[in-house]
Design a protein around this ligand. Structure first.
Ligand SMILES: NC(=O)C1=CN([C@@H]2O[C@H](COP(=O)(O)OP(=O)(O)OC[C@H]3O[C@@H](n4cnc5c(N)ncnc54)[C@H](OP(=O)(O)O)[C@@H]3O)[C@@H](O)[C@H]2O)[C@@H](O)CC1
Ligand SMILES: [K+]
Length: 511
């Protein structure tokens, strides 16, 4: 479980690495890429006897395809290579790979052939990689549609053709892979937005290059390794007072459940005491199915809290705005969600108060909330999720998680993380409130804000994944069930951490 963090590089960083290494690398990076892809292909097709179809494009992605074809043919596999571009216009490395393939006895067809009677063992997309410059149309769009229609496993080299490697936006017709072998490092577009739907299973082939030795890492895939130092067993001699007091502010008329869900999530993640301040003046004074929660009127939350979340079911009326303004002035870690974000998006005084805070602030927008904060529309946020998350973090000097497929965590100092846990069943009512509760629960227990956010985001998805494995979801999964599962996953992490000799012994949180 505690594998080291995986770095993610945008295209310009991969280009930097290539520029530094291509002149001296022996064997060449393309040779290594093609070989690694051939090895992945052999693992994918196992003993299926049919031929492998490799569609090669006009750039270096096509070059990878030629190396792969030569390797597979030399290993005794039947390979069919389709290539329609002018060989003399191939870039130098790809031209060499093309020539080497022909010299080894390989042949090329200039149009995509019909599938043989027994089908293909595997179809390989080596059309476009990180050099995709515009939407795919015409001949190559036809090829991609034909490849997508094959019942065989479909493998993309580096990036599925048509997918923007930085943003995860499909540009025109896009190859839908069941497996993507990507080179040197992960790219953000494989992991967020539509990327996961087009990439299938991803295998990272580093080509014996330690990318961080060449270009500093700004982006990482979220792994427990990033926050394991805080997964500490509790001392036996303990009491609830040292596990934090969390406050939740929200629950306006008709939306009390949102605040209760956040409160339960904080409680079930081990927070010592959880207070829920409700704006609904006719709201309940006790949650009968969770009587451990201490319900208060919104203005009556205790002065002394370890962390506060504002937003679940808050509403945008003046009373909510006043409470939010007061919360921004509290010197405690703050989580802002839902209507708290909508209010901040339109009020410059709140924006100034947020940017001026000394204590950590964590913002948890979904794409529509992010769009309101940035003054654009949801499509513009989704077109470049990484940029949107970083921009919100910079503007508000806050930690941000932009929720959605491949949630992105961004820091004010321009580092970022992408989460891989979770599934589409999480797109359901109350799920965001649960995440808010998980974050505030860890903050209340004295976790540093960045680790708390990374752990909560990863845990939220991991809990839903565990439930889906048991048949609880993806369809019909509810937010409440995720709270229960999050507790189980978190305790599993703690047990595993105790077995890890690198984790320090029990400690009391520093207050
Ligand atoms: N450098 C190396 O040694 C290594 C590189 N590696 C591999 O190379 C890949 C990057 O190679 P690359 O830079 O040549 O770009 P690539 O993705 O092949 O596409 C460029 C070509 O496509 C064309 N084109 C673009 N969009 C198009 C469209 N929509 N429709 C039609 N045409 C379009 C574009 O034409 P142009 O825009 O110039 O008209 C140009 O001809 C990388 O992903 C990895 O797989 C690895 O082997 C490691 C070592
Ligand atoms: K490709």
């Amino acid at each position: 479980m505690f594998s080291t963090a995986q770095s993610i590089y945008p295209v310009r960083a991969i280009r930097e690495i290539e520029d530094q290494l291509i002149p001296s690398a022996k064997p060449s990076l393309m040779e290594r890429a093609g070989r690694a892809a051939a090895e992945d292909a052999v693992r994918l097709i196992l003993d299926r006897p049919a031929a492998i179809l490799i569609a090669c494009g006009p750039g270096n992605n096509g070059g990878d395809g030629f190396v792969m074809a030569r390797q597979l043919a030399q290993a005794g596999r039947e390979v069919v290579v389709a290539f329609a571009a002018a060989p003399e216009r191939l870039p130098a490395e790809a031209a060499k790979a093309h020539a080497d393939y022909l010299a080894a006895g390989g042949t090329i067809v200039s149009d995509l052939p019909a599938a043989p009677a027994n089908g293909w063992a595997l179809v390989v997309d080596a059309l476009f990689g990180i050099g995709l410059a515009r939407p795919v149309e015409g001949r190559y769009a036809g090829w991609i549609n034909a490849l997508n229609a094959q019942p065989a496993p479909r493998m993309a080299l580096d990036v599925p053709s048509g997918l923007d490697a930085d943003t995860g936006q499909p540009l025109g017709t896009t190859f839908r892979a069941t497996h993507t072998t990507t080179f040197i490092a992960l790219k953000p577009g494989l992991l967020t937005n539509d990327g996961p739907d087009y990439c299938g299973e991803i295998s990272v082939q580093r080509l014996d290059i330690e990318a961080p030795a060449w270009v500093p890492v700004r982006g990482q895939a979220i792994r427990p390794a990033l926050f394991r130092a805080h997964l500490r067993p509790r001392p036996r001699n303990t009491h609830k007072g040292i596990h934090g007091d969390a406050g939740i502010l929200g629950g306006n008329t008709g939306m009390v459940g949102a605040a209760l869900l956040a409160g339960r999530a904080a409680l079930w993640l081990g927070t010592g005491r959880v207070y829920v301040g409700l704006l609904d003046e006719y709201g309940p004074s006790v949650d009968c199915s969770q009587p451990e929660l201490m319900l208060r009127r919104a203005h009556a939350l205790p002065e002394r809290l370890s962390a506060l979340a504002v937003g679940p079911g808050l509403g945008t009326q003046p009373a909510a705005e006043g409470l939010l303004a007061a919360a921004l002035g509290r010197p405690v870690p703050l989580v802002l969600d839902a209507d708290a974000l909508n209010l901040i998006g339109t009020d410059s005084a709140l924006q100034s108060a947020l940017a001026a805070r000394e204590a950590p602030s964590v913002l948890t927008p979904h794409p529509a909330e992010a769009a309101r904060m940035l003054g654009c529309d949801t499509a513009c946020v989704q077109a470049d999720r990484l940029h949107a998350a970083l921009e919100i973090a910079r503007r508000h000097r806050a930690l941000v998680v932009l929720k959605g497929c491949g949630s992105i965590v961004a820091t004010p100092d321009e580092r970022w993380f992408i989460n891989g846990t979770g599934h589409p069943g999480m797109a359901t009512a109350g799920m965001g409130d649960v995440l808010t509760g998980l974050v505030v629960g860890l903050l209340a227990q004295s976790w540093p804000a960045e680790s708390a956010l990374l752990a909560a985001v990863h845990l939220h998805g991991a809990a839903a994944d565990r439930l889906a494995r048991e048949g609880i979801g993806p369809v019909g999964l509810t937010a409440s069930e995720t709270i229960d599962a999050a507790r189980g996953v978190f305790n599993g992490w703690l047990i595993e951490a105790q077995r890890d000799p690198r984790i320090t012994p029990p400690q009391r949180p520093i207050r």
